[in-house]
Write a protein that binds this ligand. Structure first.
Ligand code: GLU
Length: 284
């Protein structure tokens, strides 16, 4: 039997907090328990937000927690060609189109209709304004800049066919087959001039290239899995198992977030916390 491959894939756009520590420790523990591998991947595809000091801090904080990972670490910013190839594949199937709508254009359409549908993150679905404009190749569109590439969801779902699902891993060896509903995302953006591949494209390409068998991540990405399964099927990539764990909440019951300055591992360490205490607090 080939060994199972787990990964922790943080974005270096802030310091790690307890929620990241939980996710990293869970992946590490499961990989060790199954005699499998543990990878660390730096998801620095958003070049406007990624910073070298946060990446350095990720290595320091995870080592402090007692984790060890395989090297070299894959950094997404070094692999844009891999994502471009995946986009070209989708483009060759006639599934991408250029869109130059501004967020405010979309918000205006949505505001005019009280029941306008929203994606699982709460953003209004794209009204399809640019969908039927003449198409150009994905590379050509990105090279000229100024526009985004969107997935024609209706066509994509039709091409992918019926019965798209994933195996959501619960305790032990218990799996729940979860039906996908990628249409809830509408015509998602898969690339922009400043970020030549979206998180969704990069994550499925990387999980496949790195042979990841088990995607263990926070419940905030549960709904995105429908979209990831759609892209995997279209791009003929293998299907990993998924496990979406509960999020670590702060004292007020709110989700921890970099943007809200939630307790970072750095701050805990500076205040004298010991790694062992953090691990115990998180149940490891
Ligand atoms: N880079 C993502 C994040 O930091 C995680 C992606 C994933 O685990 O699939 O939220």
């Amino acid at each position: 039997m080939t060994s199972r491959v787990f990964r922790f894939a943080p974005s270096p756009n802030g310091f790690l907090h307890l929620g990241h520590a939980y996710s990293a420790l869970l992946n590490f523990t499961l990989s060790r328990a199954s005699g499998g591998r543990f990878l660390l991947r730096i998801e620095d595809i958003d070049r406007g937000r990624a910073r070298a000091e946060f990446e350095t801090a990720i290595y320091e904080d995870l080592a402090w927690l007692g984790l060890a990972w395989e090297t070299p670490v894959r950094r997404q910013s070094e692999h844009f060609e891999d994502y471009a190839r995946a986009l070209e594949g989708l483009d060759a199937m006639g599934l991408l189109y250029a869109c130059d709508c501004k967020r405010s254009d979309i918000a205006r359409v949505a505001a005019a209709h009280p029941d306008w549908p929203r994606d699982p993150d709460g953003a209004p679905l794209y009204p399809g304004t640019c969908r039927e404009k003449p198409r150009r190749s994905a590379r050509d569109i990105l090279a000229r800049g100024g526009v985004a590439l969107r997935l024609d969801m209706q066509r994509a779902a039709a091409l992918a066919g019926e019965g798209l699902s994933w195996r959501e891993w619960r305790e032990g060896d218990d799996f729940a087959i979860t039906a996908c509903d990628p249409a809830q995302w509408g015509d998602v953006v898969l690339a922009r001039k400043d970020t030549p591949a979206s998180y969704h494209v990069a994550v499925v390409v990387d999980d496949a290239l790195q042979g990841v068998t088990d995607v263990v991540r926070g419940h905030d990405l549960f709904f995105a899995t429908s979209l990831h399964r759609l892209l995997q099927r279209l791009l003929d990539l293998p299907e990993p198992r998924y496990r979406h764990h509960d999020l670590v909440l702060d004292d007020t019951g709110e989700k921890l977030a970099k943007s809200r300055g939630s307790e970072t591992l750095r701050a805990l360490r500076a205040a004298g916390a010991r790694a062992e205490g953090v691990r115990r607090r998180l149940g490891f």
